[in-house]
Design a binder for this molecule. Structure first.
Ligand SMILES: *Cc1c(COP(=O)(O)O)cnc(C)c1O
Length: 486
């Protein structure tokens, strides 16, 4: 079935059709072989579609309508949720004075941009309760790795070369053990107890004089606030280890509690989640890292400092772990975060957390009767449900996720965290109206009913999307399939 909107761009192609017109050439033609070595010149023309300007515009417009983003619909993808992309941030990031800067410009000509970065650091120091912040890391996982490299440098500077182990609870975000491994540590897993919190007995068992750090995702990926943080801090610090706070989803505690006050030595934030940087498809992101006093010497260099003569990058940092990103991070994302923090103010940021937590608890309570709630207690910004009741009816969580597409929703995160059977991790976010939350709740309740009365509808979903169910393994292993002309 190929109507004009669904045809591939290759199918629309007609030889000789073009989408542009250029003026007649009035300069001498240059042979490609005068410019490039022969081995780099194509022997045959590339097989590109030939279409008119209207065809190509309609093609891209049609594709954009099939896309799902925070501006097109509800997006409750737990943990990795894009909460909000205020348009004022986009305007500010596009100011000529920001967008047209060149990263190699002399410092004297970019003092305003440096002031913005410096002020952003100051705000993040205040928000996290840390002593210093770097804006270099380009993502959350990059921030984790940067923080762990600093922790290693700290231990080694103390002559402590045996601290090779990083402790990661099983309810941590998946990037935590990955970052620890990439930073050259061995990962030890601690179990969650039946409350969904870190099991302190298990923590005591694994902590020792080889402990470099504990990495805590808080709230953890079950959406639960780790209630025993002060005790954990005592256990880990008592053994000489450092405490790392994964603050990717700070919208759960913003303006309410600060990692620095809880005893954490290092924290990273995801400005492309909590602080409104648009993300998707891998970037760009910004994962600033905050540290306490005794880790400051190891911060990536340069650091941005304010002097009597103005702002400058200080490279004179003999104990630094070195540079982790060209220039000073992803400037455009930092402009957006700065704009957001300034336009919200402290009261606005507090309201973010209150709404995020209220929305999540509201939705959790409304959905609990129809699904299974593995941890029946107040959640923070997100919560997990289990679809095991539906599985007994032959409907898997994957089917529920696919069925949600028919209602126009992006599905929640599924099958994570791993310790919950048929897991659905739902984050409604702070920015959605009650009407949107209620519509999603209605869709989920309807799907639960369908699972009982008419399971095929769910098992065979989606029914209303342009393409049906994908072979996800094939799609992951072979992301680009070449179009074959028949
Ligand atoms: C998203 C996320 C990360 C990883 O951040 P990236 O920017 O995707 O690397 C780490 N921890 C938590 C809790 C997250 O939600």
């Amino acid at each position: 079935m190929h109507n004009e909107n669904q045809a591939l761009i290759f199918e629309l192609s007609k030889p000789g059709r073009i989408g542009y017109s250029l003026p007649e050439m009035d300069i001498p033609e240059v042979e490609l072989s005068d410019l490039l070595p022969a081995e780099y010149i194509r022997q045959e023309d590339a097989d590109l579609p030939e279409v008119s300007e209207l065809d190509i515009m309609r093609h891209y417009t049609a594709l954009s309508k099939r896309n799902h983003g925070v501006d097109s619909g509800f997006y409750p993808l737990g943990s990795c949720t894009m909460k909000y992309n205020p348009k004022v941030n986009e305007n500010v990031a596009r100011y000529n004075g920001f967008a047209h800067l060149h990263p190699l410009q002399d410092e004297s000509s970019v003092q305003g941009a440096m002031e913005l970065l410096y002020d952003l650091q100051e705000h993040l120091i205040e928000i996290t309760g840390m002593d210093e912040v770097t804006l270099q890391p380009a993502a959350g996982a990059h921030g984790e790795w940067t923080g762990l490299m600093m922790i290693r440098a700290y231990h080694e500077a103390n002559g402590d070369f045996n601290r090779t182990k990083v402790i990661v609870p099983d309810s941590a975000h998946g990037t935590n053990p990955a970052s620890a491994t990439v930073a050259g540590f061995e990962t030890l897993t601690v179990k969650s107890n039946d409350q969904g919190l870190v099991d302190l007995e298990d923590l005591r068992r694994v902590v020792g004089d080889d402990t470099a750090a504990l990495m805590l995702t808080n709230p953890n990926t079950l959406g639960l606030f780790e209630e025993n943080i002060l005790e954990m801090a005592e256990i880990v610090h008592g053994a000489g280890g450092k405490l790392y706070y994964d603050g990717a989803n700070l919208n759960a505690v913003l303006s309410k509690a600060r990692p620095g006050d809880m005893g954490f030595d290092v924290v990273h934030l995801n400005l492309h989640k909590t602080f409104t940087g648009p993300h998707g498809g891998g970037g760009p992101g910004s994962g600033p890292v905050g540290v306490k006093e005794d880790l400051i010497p190891y911060l990536p260099k340069p650091i941005l400092v304010k002097t009597e003569e103005g702002y400058t990058f200080n490279y004179d940092r003999p104990q630094s772990i070195g540079r982790v990103k060209p220039y000073y991070g992803n400037f455009g994302i930092n402009v957006r975060a700065y704009t957001y923090i300034r336009s919200m103010g402290p009261d606005g940021l507090k309201a973010v957390t209150e709404n995020a937590v209220l929305n999540a608890n509201y939705m959790m309570r409304k959905l609990a009767p129809a699904f299974d709630l593995p941890y029946d207690k107040h959640c923070k910004h997100e919560f997990v449900l289990s679809g095991k009741r539906q599985k007994k009816l032959g409907v898997r969580t994957l089917d529920i996720a696919k069925r949600l597409l028919d209602f126009g929703y992006h599905p929640p995160t599924i099958y994570f965290p791993l310790n919950v059977e048929e897991c659905m991790m739902i984050e409604p976010t702070e920015t959605e109206s009650k009407e949107t939350l209620d519509s999603f709740i209605d869709a989920m309740l309807q799907i639960a009913k369908e699972a009982e009365e008419n399971p095929e509808v769910v098992q065979e979903a989606p029914h209303t999307t342009v393409i049906g169910r994908l072979d996800e393994t094939l799609a992951a292993r072979k992301p680009v399939l070449r179009y074959q002309k028949d």
